[in-house]
Design a binder for this molecule. Structure first.
Ligand code: NAP
Length: 244
């Protein structure tokens, strides 16, 4: 099992990313926290003086990513782990087609991940070590009626992470794809049809366990692997009738 001493978490101001950052800090790691809400990150960082570093940033400011990545690795004195947890899932009505919402999801869920993880891939390939974690979703495994572009952004993220793994594993670098089911965060709170909800803290523990073991794909919690197998086996003519 690997131990992470210097970690970067993007999407660290709330939910799963915040819980992962909090757990890494409790384990004694130095952690760079990245998201737009500075106050929320500063509140977490205040409990870990000298260990937590706050960098307010919008992941759609792609031009700023390379310099910020360099600054962070310099401030941390290196990097063992990067977690991309930033994500958006606006409510989409049954007959709604909003290019603006769709574009935002692609920009945050996919392009932001590519901007940050390309930087990490280049660095880790050079140093021949490191772990990359991307938070994808079970929602990316079929084309659902409910939120077409959220699922598409996660399907593309899953595919991007697999490509990174296929490029980087020869250098001893682990690329871990996380596929959560329902996690009790701001993103899903109050939405209908939730079941098997677990807290962000429980999810963070399972995600870090998978990262330390260098697992390729981890469902969180694990029972979603079975759900996913069932969903994938439903023929298209039946799947389109499901209210998901
Ligand atoms: N909750 C679930 O059931 C569930 C299930 C499957 C997958 N996921 C995935 O898990 C990840 C974390 O989501 P969550 O459930 O923890 O939701 P959350 O509490 O809403 O957290 C979303 C995070 O994304 C950040 N973010 C959003 N837009 C951003 C932007 N433009 N620039 C920088 N950061 C941005 C937010 O920070 P700021 O607003 O401060 O920028 C926040 O830290 C997401 O990728 C989500 O798709 C969640």
């Amino acid at each position: 099992m690997q131990k992470f001493e210097r970690a970067l978490v993007i999407g660290a101001s709330s939910g799963i990313g915040r819980a992962i950052a909090g757990q890494l800090l409790k384990e004694g790691a130095s952690v760079a926290l990245v998201a737009r809400r500075q106050e929320a990150m500063a509140e977490l960082a205040a409990g870990f003086p000298g260990k937590a570093f706050v960098y307010p940033h919008d992941v759609t400011d792609y031009a700023k990513t390379p310099a910020l990545f360099q600054q962070i690795t310099h401030d941390l004195g290196g990097l063992d782990l990067i977690v991309y947890a930033s994500g958006l899932m606006p409510t989409i009505e049954e007959n709604e087609y909003s290019f603006q919402k769709d574009r935002e999801m692609i920009e945050v869920n996919l392009l932001g991940a590519v901007a940050w993880l390309d930087e990490a891939a280049m660095r880790f390939e050079r140093t021949k070590s490191g772990t990359i974690v991307g938070i994808s979703s079970v929602a990316g495994e079929r084309g659902r009626r409910g939120n077409p572009v959220y699922g598409s952004s996660k399907a593309a993220l899953t595919s991007f992470l697999e490509s990174l793994r296929n490029r980087l594993s020869r250098y001893g670098i682990h690329v871990v794809t996380i596929k959560p089911g329902f996690i009790d965060t701001d993103m899903v709170r109050g939405k209908p049809g939730l079941f098997w909800l677990i807290s962000a803290e429980v999810a963070a523990k399972q995600i870090l366990h998978a990262a330390k073991r260098g697992t390729n794909i981890a469902y969180v919690p694990a029972r979603w692997r079975l759900v996913s197998c069932v969903l994938k086996s439903i023929p298209s003519f039946l799947f389109r009738r499901l209210p998901v």
